[in-house]
Write a protein that binds this ligand. Sequence first.
Ligand code: 6PG
Length: 249
Amino acid sequence: MNPDFRIFNHIQTLAETVKHDLISVLRNPTSPTQAFNIALAGGSTPRTIYEQWAMIQDDSLWSKVHFFWGDERCVPPDHDESNYKMAYDSFLSRIDVEEDQIHRIHGEENPEAEVQRYAHEIKSHLQISNNTPKFDWILLGMGTDGHTASLFPNSPAVKEQQLYCVIAQHPQTGQKRISLTLPVINNAKKITFLVTGEDKAQIISEIFSHTGEFTVAKKNKLSNYPAAQVKPQSGILQWYLDEAASSLL
Ligand code: 6PG
């Protein structure tokens, strides 16, 4: 199935669209009592999206939402590189949510212990299907090497098919990370890639043809890009790009 591939003239219009997407799904829940479980993306791109979400000041919409992360750097929650800190500063600190709605990855803990704890937290909060936790929505970014979450090309983490989350390592800095695995990502009801900026244009052109279809050419190269291995079992896949990131298509 080809993804819902959209190009926006500016990250602001992309962010407004994602805000309206969120409002729409929260106003029309499939189950009014069930929690809505979102895994937030890290990096810098999502900040503009989270700042838009912070403008949704309708507390009734937030009451059922539970926030998880697709990955986290193994740093304390007040560290400038923390994905939790970025989401907290730009969004979560500005809306009315209870502490028990926020399920951050404890980057400050021992990674071997934390990967077990977070897997248990996901399993105990989410609906299980295909023997795998099912997120309602996963936001993802993509690196210039085609990584997503903290699944880097040719890493053991990207090959993991049993565990829900793993310890990963940034190939350049060696920084340890905790990341969801592809089986959990691909089990989500909806996955949205948020990709902006000229530095992503080359990798986008290698992954997509001009019609937003996955290019069949360079199949072996595609298989090396973890972002191109995000193909939900039955969920919706959206690639939301700005003009700069899609400029080589
Ligand atoms: C992280 C992210 C990572 C990020 C990409 C894009 O923890 O860094 O999970 O996958 O989304 O590296 O990052 P930018 O949005 O900063 O380009």
